[in-house]
Structures are given as C-alpha cells and as structure tokens.
Write a new protein. Structure first.
Length: 663
C-alpha cells in the first residue's frame, strides 16, 4: 500500500509541475482512496483544483491541510489565492499575511498580497507588499537599504540613497519606481509622474508602475490621463479586481459620481463583504450627495469587519449619525483589543471620541481623541517650526515688495483660505448658490505652482520661493495665471465665477496676487479655541498634518493669523475676513457683504444655501445641507479642562489674552 501511495504521490507531483492538472487531480483521487487525509495529497490536490478553477473545492482541501499542518506557508498562500478567486478578499488577505509571516521570503505570496491590498484601496499596504516582492530578490545592497528605510518610514534618507543609486544605474526600473513611490508619499507628485513616465518607457508592461502612475496623475488632478492608464490595466489584466477599484476611486475623485457608483457596484457584485471597498463606496456616495446610502454602505462595512476602524470613523464623520449604546460598547472593546498602533486603531479612536462626545461623556471622549491624535502623529513628520520659518520668509518678502496688476486679468477665481473646520464649506455652499458662481473643489494648483517656482527637485535643495516672484516679468505672471485657470477648467461647468477653497492657500496670497491680481480672496475665520479644537478632533483623509497635536495647531493658527493680518494691514480691503460666528448670528448681513466683496449682486438663493443639491467633498458635507448649524460655536467649552496646552500656546503666540480668561 505504501509503495502504491508514494508512486501516485510522485505522479501527482510530476503532473502538477508539468501543469497537467487533469493528471494531477486523477493521481490524487486514486491516492486518496488509499490514504484520504495525507496532508501532502490534500495540498497537491487543492493546488491542482485551484489552478483548474475549482476554487470552492480547493478551499475545503487546503483548510484540511492546515488542520494537520497550520504552520505550512504554501498552504496559506494557496488558500489565499483561492479565496481571491472566490471574491473573499478579507479572508484572502488574512491567509496571505499568515503565509508571509511564516515565510517572509515567499515572493508569490507577497505578490498576491499586493494585489489584494491594492484591490482594497490600501495604497500603503500594497506598497509595503510590493517592496517585499523586491526584497525577496537578489538586489544591490544599496537598493535593499533603501527598501528597509522606506519600510521604517525614514523617507528622506531612502530618497537620497535612491538618487545616488540611480546616478550609477539609471535604467533600474525598480529603483525608479521606488523613488517615485517616495515622491508620492512626500507629496512631490510632479517629479513622481516624470519618474514613472521614464519607468514605463523602459518597461511598458510594468503593471505596478502603471498603477502608481495612475495614482500620481490622480493626485495631480489629471483624472482623464489617470483613467486612461487604469483602462489600459483593466484590458491587460482583466481578472485583477484592483484595477476596477482604482478606476472607481478615480471617477469619484473626478466628480463623475454616477460612473463611480456603477463601477463600485460592479466590484461589489463580485466581492460583497469587503469592508475597505464598502467604505470607499460609502465615501463616493457621501460626496456625491447620497448621505443616506453612504450610511448604509458604512454600516455594511462594519458588519463585514467589526474591526474596520475607517468605517466607524466614516460614520462618525457624517456628523449627523449617532451610535447606539451597544455599538459604542463594541467600539470600546475593539479599541482596547488593538495593541499595535495602526490605521484601524486611530480611525476607531477618533470614531469613539465622536460617539462619546455625542453621549456627553466629555472626559472619555477627549481621552479617545487624544489617543487617535497621538497614534496618527506617529505616522507624521510635521514640525511646526518649519511652518513658522516659511511664514517668516513669506512675510519678509511681502514686506519688501509691492504687488502690481500685471498678472492674468481673469476675475473668475474666488479663493477661500484659512484653517480647515472654520466654516469654509459653509461659505462655499452660500456663494455657489449664486447663479454666477460654481463650486469646484480644494484645488491643489496654487501649491503646485509654488512648488514649481521653488526650483527644488528634492527636499534637500534650497527653495527660490517666494523671492522668485519678484523676478517674474508680466508675461510669466500671465502664463502662470493661465496655467492655473486651465488646470481648474476640468472642474468647471460654465458659470462665470468659480470657488477654490483649499484652506492652505493662505500661505500663497502673494503668489495669487502676482498671477491673478483680479481674483477674489476670502479668509474664513473662526474663534481660535473653537477652530483649533475642531481641527484636533477631525481626522483628515490626507494632508493637514499640523492637526494632530494641540500645540502644533496653536502654532499653525498663530502663523496663519500673522500672515493674513500683515497682508490686510498693507492692502486694506484686499482680503475679506468672514467670521463663522458672524455668519451664524447674522446670515443676511454677512452674505450681502461677502457678495459685495466678490463684486456680485445680491441673490436671495444664497440665503437658502442648504437647498442646493451638489457634490461636497469635505467633512461638513452633511452639515451644510441643513440650515445654519449653531452647535459648533461652543463645543470646545465642554473640553475646556483638557485644553490648557492649547490655551497656553495661543496666549504665548499673542492670539488670545490671559489663558484663564479663555476658559
């Protein structure tokens, strides 16, 4: 019997190596009549069935293998691949992660894990998996060191090593792609795009690089170009669900919500219970104006994975959803059970903070918010001193130069600047209710122009910005103004005026005035304690890294205030400050004054802003679809006993008076 079993086992192995799946399955079936539960036979039989497209049968056999040999990496890998084909991405991810924990050099498992994480929209996890694909190869020690540094979050040093490596080996596409990945992470998107274009010239079939290229194009708001790249990937790798998910996300970013929703629904027809994809679908529904359907998608995500931190936070971030007592208890338990700092943990902490605030358990709420901020700050390299230095440089420049009217003559743009969470979305909703004005988005183009003018090609280079503004001749100013308007055009639908509400543009008022002297600028401002605390309890999807510490927020507010104040003192009436508190207490007066500043006639539709049906991509998306929201005026006072560090720093920076008076 033993000899016959071993012969059949050898036949099955040989057939599998030759990709003779029918022969392998036949040999396994015969052998299992002799020994039904031999783990070796179960594994070969399961692999052969999986490769034959019989994934459900393969899953049963592979799980049987793992009952006998739970530490067998290959079985976990094969199970993961089978689960992917069955549309069970969450289970597949778990199986593949176990495989690489057991055998860190299992290249095929890392590659499969890359595809799963990419399909879930987990860009950070996918990038980590692909770096490990490279790490399993024999690579140059310098490149291996760069991979290790990126994994450790030491991007600046990794960037330098990559650049030096590429000076010696300029054709290494893996190194080019890695440097581009670092650039995308650091926000140096334009350079990442150029690197990836070079990478794809050298290796047109490098699908991971092409996906990264689409991501970079999307970050640069070049959505048509990004979608072209993803469409190519969908054709070349038609069974890879990650490309469909990326396409849906890009369509949503581009404001093409109906197309995005249809694409998400196609994906969810294949993969119905994946928390990350459901959460992404929820975001698209929410920003497309379907808050009720978004809530259902987020709840489905929580049911699919009770530890899905982002889904909990997304519910909390609706601002209109209230967690039941039972669900709050579940959230507490889930948070307590997460030992390692992770995205799930900080998302869940912020969500619990909001839920407990709604319950008026303010001390416990602050503890949760503080935990979420502390964890999120671990993933950030923000240094408030660098912001202060940039503002010092800008203020010195603005104090020494005059700004004439020699840029592009367009009056179309209306910039709303300031801090996030200061009522800027409310002002946008009010203004875009005017028949001559349309909302666009938080456009990145002014910051991109500043980056281009700086002359920096990596983070260690000296910046020529803002001093270079004084060197621009009238033609160059008009050209940069035209550049901005052309980039903004893809968001416009035909109204004479449009709004760009990226808050951080307060730092670039001088640039705006240099290239678009006739643009309107509005400073959205809120009482310092209220504004700073509102940022502290908000978890942003990307950017706004200054918000994850009370002192950092206070310094940022102080720097913003002195920059805008200097400009207003030098050019009275140029930038109008609109106080959130004044809008709440006297809507019509503030609307009339704001429209006058924009050189627009009064229109009563602006007083009925909450009736407007449009896509809104910020945390206030549900609030501004209601009449004036007054609750935020004094919310911070519920947490006053915890905000001494904030009051102290604001006082030291001269923003408020005696800290005790602010309490």
């Amino acid at each position: 019997m033993t000899t016959a079993l071993e012969q059949l086992l050898d036949e099955a192995r040989s057939a599998l190596r030759a990709n003779d799946l029918v022969g392998a399955i036949s040999a396994c079936e015969q052998a299992r009549k002799i020994e039904a539960d031999d783990p070796r036979l179960l594994l070969i039989h399961g692999v052969a069935l999986r490769r034959s497209g019989e994934e459900a049968s393969a899953e049963k056999l592979l799980r049987s293998v793992l009952e006998h040999a739970p530490a067998l990496p290959l079985a976990h890998h094969e199970l993961g691949v089978a689960l992917v084909a069955l549309g069970r991405l969450s289970d597949a991810r778990g199986a593949l992660e176990r495989a690489v924990r057991l055998q860190p050099d299992l290249k095929a498992a890392w590659r499969a894990l890359y595809d799963v994480r990419a399909a879930e929209g987990d860009d950070i996890g996918a990038a980590e998996a692909y770096r490990n694909v490279l790490g399993t190869d024999e690579v140059d020690p310098a490149l291996r060191k760069a991979l290790e540094l990126v994994a450790a979050g030491r991007l600046g040093i990794a960037e330098g090593i990559c650049r030096e490596y590429l000076r010696q080996r300029p054709m290494d596409v893996n190194a080019i792609r890695l440097l581009a990945e670092i650039g995308i992470t650091l926000g140096i998107v334009d350079e990442a795009i150029k690197l990836l274009e070079r990478c794809l010239e050298l290796a047109p079939d490098f699908h991971v690089a092409r996906s990264n290229y689409a991501t970079a194009l999307g970050r640069a708001q070049r959505f048509d170009a990004a979608l072209e790249q993803v469409q190519r990937l969908e054709i070349e790798q038609s069974t890879n669900i990650s490309h469909k998910v990326q396409s849906a996300a890009l369509l949503s970013m581009a404001g093409r919500f109906e197309e995005a929703h249809a694409k998400f629904e196609t994906v969810l027809g294949q993969i119905s219970d994946n928390a990350r994809i459901l959460t992404s679908y929820g975001h698209s529904l929410r920003y497309g104006g379907k808050g009720g359907e978004a809530t259902k998608a987020y709840l489905r995500a929580v049911e699919a994975d009770p530890s899905a931190g982002e889904a909990y936070w997304s519910l909390a971030n609706l601002k209109t959803f209230r967690f039941s007592a039972d669900r709050v208890a579940v959230m507490r338990a889930r948070l307590a059970g997460l030992e390692q700092a992770s995205a799930d943990k900080y998302h869940l902490a912020f969500a619990l903070g909001k839920a407990l605030e709604d319950e008026q358990s303010f001390d416990d709420s602050f503890e949760a918010y503080a935990m979420g901020n502390a964890i999120k700050k671990q993933f950030s390299a923000y240094d408030h001193a660098m912001t202060t230095q940039r503002v010092d440089s800008m203020m010195t420049f603005c104090g020494q130069h005059d700004f004439d009217q020699q840029g592009h003559p367009s009056e179309a743009p209306i910039f709303i600047v300031g801090l996030p969470r200061t009522g800027s979305t409310l002002l946008e909703q009010i203004l875009s209710s005017h028949p001559q004005v349309e909302a666009t988005a938080e456009l990145p183009f002014i910051g991109q122009i500043a980056s281009e003018l700086s002359g920096r090609r990596n983070r260690l280079d000296d910046s020529r910005y803002p001093e270079i503004l004084a060197e621009l001749d009238p033609d160059q100013r008009r050209e940069w103004g035209r550049f901005y308007l052309e980039r903004a055009e893809i968001y416009r639908k035909g109204a004479p005026r449009f709004i760009d509400k990226l808050p951080n543009n307060w730092l670039h008022i001088a640039l705006i005035r240099s290239i678009l002297p006739n643009a309107t600028i509005i400073d959205a401002r809120r009482e310092p304690m209220a504004a700073c605390f509102a940022n502290f309890k908000q978890l942003f999807a990307r950017g706004q890294e200054f918000t994850y510490g009370l002192e950092d927020i206070a310094h940022y507010y102080a720097d913003y205030l002195r920059m805008v104040t200097q400009w207003q003192e030098r050019y009275p009436g140029d930038v109008r400050t609109v106080h959130y508190e004044a809008v709440v207490s006297g809507l019509e007066n503030e609307v009339r004054a704001m429209l006058e500043h924009c050189r627009l006639p009064f229109d009563a539709a602006c007083l009925k802003f909450h009736e407007q049906d449009r896509a809104i991509r910020t945390a206030s998306s549900e609030q501004v679809r209601q009449p004036i929201y007054r609750d935020a005026l004094v919310q911070w006072r519920n947490f006053a006993s915890h905000l001494q560090p904030l009051r102290k720093t604001l006082s030291e920076r001269g923003v408020i008076g005696d800290p005790d008076a602010a309490a």
